[in-house]
Each structure stands twice: as C-alpha cells, then as structure tokens.
Write a protein that binds this ligand. Structure first.
Ligand SMILES: *Cc1c(COP(=O)(O)O)cnc(C)c1O
Length: 445
C-alpha cells in the first residue's frame, strides 16, 4: 500500500525502457503503466488508506471519465457541447438547491477547491470594487483584507499572490479550543482594520478543516458578514458533501447564507480527481468577474445558455461534471447519503475504539477526521513503522503546536473490521515502540 521506492529507481527504469525511439504496442505500454501505478503509488483507494481527502472512486466515475475522454466535449462554450453543458447545469442546480442557494445562482465545475476559492476571491473583489476588473488593485484607494482562521486551507496564500492582493492582505483569525474561528477575535480584527484604513472584504468560513475536520461557526460568521457588509465565502471543499445526508447536513447550518461556496466532489463524494464545484448567489457578479469579448468563440446568443468560459476561470475545459452526474444517478440521493453516512459512522467507530484502547482523541468534529495520540508517543517514528509494516496509511498533523496522528475515513470500502484490526495493530505497535524506548533510550534517533 505504501511504496518505499526512490526517484532514482523510477527514473532509471523509465530511461532504460522509454527513449521513445521505437513505437510500442498500446497493450504493452498500458500494462506497464498500470504495473507502475500499482507498485509505485500510495494506494489511496485502499480501505486502510486513512489519509488526506483522496477518496476511493465509484465505478461510475471511472466510466464517466472514459466517456469524456472518448467524446472530448469542449466545455468553454454552450453551442459546441449542449448535452455536456446541460448535464452539468442540472447536476449543479441539484447541489445549489441542497445548499439553500437561490435557483438563479451561478455554479460551475472547477479543477478543485483551489480554483473554486480563487473564483470566490475574484468575485468578491469584482463585487466590492466596480473598478477592480478594469483597473486592477493598485488603483483602489484602500487595501482590501480577507479574514480566515489559522486552520483554513493554504490555497488562500496562493490566491492572495495570484490576485495581486498579496499575502499581507490575509488576516489569520485565532481559533478557540475546538479549533473553530473565534468570532470575537474576527470582529476585533475587522474593527482594527477599518481604523487603519483597510477595507474588510470577505470572511472565509471553513466547513471541514483540512487538519482536523472542524466546522467554523457558520451562522455567526454569516451574521457578522451581513452586519459589516462583507462577502461570506464557505470553503466546504471536503465537508460540503455532508449536505447530501439528512442526518449530517444540520452541521452545515449557515451555509445557505453564503455569498459563495466551494465544494469538491473529488473528496467525500468519491469521484475521481479533478472535480470541484463553485457556487455563487450573485450571477451578475460572476459574469462581471470573468466575462470577456472574444469574437472567435461560438456564441450561444441566448441568455439562458451562458458560455462557461464567460463565467469561470478556465477556458478550454474538460467535461468535469459527468462523473458526479453518473455517480449520483446510479446511486440516487439515498444511496449517495448512505455512502457518506457509512464513512461518518466508521469515523465514530474509530474514535470509540481508539479511546477504548487507551488513545486520546484531541479534536472534536461530527465528521470522520480523527486526530489522536497517547502519552510519550513519538509520532514520526510511529508513522514510519506504521507504513513499513503496511498496517495503514495515516498522516501527521499538529494541534495547538503538538504533533498528533491524523486518520480520515476517506474510503466507502472501509469496514468495521478494518477499524477494529487497525486499532489493535497500532496499539500493539505503539506498545512495541514504547518497550524499545525503555530498553534502549539512546539508540533511537
Ligand atoms: C482540499 C481542500 C482545498 C483545496 O482543494 P483542491 O481540490 O485540492 O484544489 C481547499 N480547502 C479545503 C478546506 C480543502 O480541504
């Protein structure tokens, strides 16, 4: 499941076999590529991959990507690919409805959460500053600021650079003991910026933080944004999938007030990468942010069939939405909810089993991300052995400055037996490492 291969090994293999001088049989090359993928990759679709938000994928999403590559629809314009455009629109409208957004909201598929978050910042700028789109940031009389918690996703660092805002425009709001954004600190930072002549532009609420799966207090953030006339963006790249579950969606309450939402289908909705979604309740703002005038593009000439290149970051674009459409249609909304709820239940089971085995769970969330440790645990040594013995794949993260183990249920194939076996095996492993430390404290490094 976890390859210990070096770059040199792969490079010399590729150099020895592939100088591209003689043609090869497709069957032969494809079989070799598949062998490399099996052997030299962390197997993220394995039921014991408790890793970052990389899911097991549904068969329907594999079928969809094959169909897409075969027909190669162009999603820049409507007129070239009416079927693909309307399938995406239909699928996005269903999700927009679940999120509680108005029916005429803008929505587009993106390469992922980073592009969706970028779309949100560009839209917020275009909305707050009518001159931004034409004249850029440097002509603005005041400097905009964006507020996000210390647990928010680091794509905003890159977005701040790309938009010209600069990283110094990001205000990192401290979190409370549950790792949620502290609204009082947020309000204090906004007031301080106003005094110093900054324009508080937007608040990013994260629904399912990357490290600990925590949901910021969305209703409170929504109220603050309404009162301060700021853009409210919810980055629900992973956690947004909970909206399909009648029992989990209450944890996303407040998302319906968002000006814009990021939700990745290629995370918890279990479709293949890349499949993100961007929603915005202000279609006219999105059009202002992304429209251009290209005489060579086929024109739909119909206001109800807008061209994606005029309302999104990408130009030539793959038919991203088919894999979500097929997965959803195949399972139905109940089936999709069952898939999400199963993983949430496996997360609960992991929490309970760890606690029963003497581990300490250090994060609080209803979503299946579990951060845990126990006294004296050498986290890097533990994770190294975990991978060497191929017990499971987990990662390290830091909670309030302390290194801990992070396990996320990201496969719909993970069973209760996987959880029980893994907890037993990792407890034995940690006991062994402890015993070694006691007998030979200076030999470990
Ligand atoms: C994964 C993630 C992102 C980035 O999304 P990509 O699909 O990797 O581009 C942004 N925000 C959060 C909260 C995430 O979990």
């Amino acid at each position: 499941m976890y390859p210990s291969v070096s770059a040199e090994e792969i490079r010399s293999y590729l150099t020895s076999r592939y100088d591209f001088k003689r043609p090869m049989q497709l069957e032969e090359v494809a079989a070799d590529a598949e062998r490399m993928l099996r052997q030299w990759q962390v197997q993220v679709t394995h039921p014991r991959y408790f890793g970052l938000y990389n899911p097991s994928v549904t068969l329907s999403s594999v079928v969809a990507d094959t169909l897409v590559a075969t027909y190669n629809p162009q999603l820049a314009s409507w007129r070239t690919s009416p079927a693909a455009n309307e399938i995406e629109r239909h699928t996005l409208a269903w999700f927009a409805g679940l999120f509680g957004l108005p029916a005429d909201s803008a929505a587009t598929f993106t390469s992922g959460g980073a592009e969706a978050n970028l779309s949100a910042v560009v839209s917020a700028l275009a909305s707050a500053f009518p001159r931004y789109s034409d004249e850029g940031l440097h002509r603005l009389p005041e400097r905009p600021a964006i507020y996000l918690s210390s647990e928010a996703h680091h794509s905003f660092d890159k977005i701040a650079c790309m938009t010209g805002l600069g990283r110094s425009a990001l205000r990192v709001v401290p979190v409370d003991s549950d790792l949620k954004m502290d609204p009082q600190q947020l309000v204090a930072k906004i007031a301080n910026d106003r005094e110093r002549g900054f324009v508080p532009l937007m608040v990013v609420g994260t629904a399912g933080t990357t490290a600990a799966g925590v949901i910021d207090p969305l209703p409170v953030l929504a109220d603050i944004c309404r009162e301060k006339r700021m853009w409210f963006h919810v980055d629900a790249a992973w956690g947004g999938a909970a909206i399909v579950s009648p029992s989990l969606r209450r944890h996303l309450a407040g998302i319906e007030s968002a000006d814009s939402i990021t939700c990745d289908a290629h995370k918890w909705l279990s479709v293949a990468m890349a499949c993100g979604m961007f929603f915005c309740r202000h279609p006219e703002v999105v059009r202002k942010a992304f429209s251009t005038d290209a005489g060579y593009m086929p024109s739909s000439a119909n206001p109800t069939t807008s061209d994606p290149y005029m309302t999104s970051v990408q130009w030539s674009r793959r038919f991203i939405g088919l894999k979500l459409f097929l997965s959803l249609a195949e399972r139905g909304e109940n089936g999709q909810a069952t898939m999400i709820e199963h993983q949430a239940r496996m997360g609960d089971l992991l929490r309970q089993s760890l606690t029963a085995a003497g581990w300490r769970v250090v994060n609080r969330t209803p979503l299946p991300v579990i951060c845990f440790t126990r006294d004296g645990l050498d986290v890097p040594a533990f994770l190294q052995e975990l991978k060497r013995q191929q017990i499971a794949w987990m990662s390290e993260t830091s909670i309030a400055g302390t290194p801990v183990v992070r396990a996320c249920i990201t496969s719909f194939k993970t069973t209760a037996d996987d959880i029980f076996d893994v907890v037993r095996e990792i407890t034995d492993l940690a006991d062994e490492i402890d015993a070694q430390l006691e007998t030979a404290p200076y030999e470990m490094n």
